[in-house]
Design a protein. Structure first.
Length: 229
């Protein structure tokens, strides 16, 4: 501890000696986190660099020291979302008791993701931030496609999904329906939340896949989900 000197200077020295040092990496991560939270809630187009700076209590000039423009910051946010999504998916696959259970774990993840998500986010990304959208598309068409495909193959091995299913077609179908809930026209006519739409699509998807053994499991997990909601 720094020895106290006359006046307030010693107190300031003492405080600074224990105050955490904010590294460049910490600052950059704070900016990404603030941008993520604002973009998820209000969508990309509605959030400006001024909004992010105000939320952080720092100048816009400071943000530009770490990110050259909004495009680069949005890309960083998408990278973080993809990393988190892949980590959760990998964990769910490992802890799932079976292929049907794995899909219900995905639905649990969606509750957390969608409860504050603005439905315009993907439309805005596609229209205004093409590089970020292409990263998302790559993640969806490669990583998520393989997750769906492996889940289908697992379900067939476990005799929970019908063996005659065309795995490639159904995996691609599932990947495409992931975007349905974000379609502005779909939302305009339905007036339902992202979560309501996505859960209904997944249950419909499951019932089209299952054997009698799998059907009983779907009913079991649906009942458990109702009790937990």
């Amino acid at each position: 501890m720094v020895k106290k000197s006359d006046g307030n200077f010693g107190y300031i020295e003492s405080f600074l000696s224990f105050a955490p040092i904010m590294t460049e990496s910490d600052t950059k991560q704070r900016i990404r986190k603030a941008a993520h939270d604002l973009v998820i809630q209000y969508s990309i187009r509605s959030v400006s660099m001024d909004d992010i700076a105000a939320n952080l209590g720092m100048s816009k000039k400071t943000i530009y020291q770490y990110f050259k423009d909004k495009d680069e910051l949005v890309e960083a946010v998408v990278d973080d979302v993809i990393d988190t999504n892949q980590c959760i998916c990998n964990t769910d696959r490992e802890k799932a008791d079976n292929a049907v259970h794995e899909i219900f774990l995905v639905m649990d993840m969606m509750v957390e993701m969608f409860k504050t998500m603005n439905p315009s986010i993907l439309f805005d990304m596609q229209k205004y931030h093409q590089a970020a959208f292409m990263k998302f598309q790559k993640h969806r068409n490669e990583y998520l496609y393989n997750v769906c495909r492996q889940n289908l193959e697992r379900g067939i091995r476990e005799e929970l999904f019908r063996p005659e299913i065309n795995v490639e077609i159904m995996a691609r179908y599932r990947v495409e329906t992931m975007l349905t809930a974000f379609n502005p026209e779909f939302q305009r006519y339905l007036k339902k939340s992202l979560l309501e739409i996505e859960e209904e699509i997944i249950i419909h998807y499951l019932f089209g896949l299952v054997t009698l053994k799998g059907y009983k499991l779907v009913l079991k997990y649906m009942e458990q989900k109702k009790k937990n909601d």
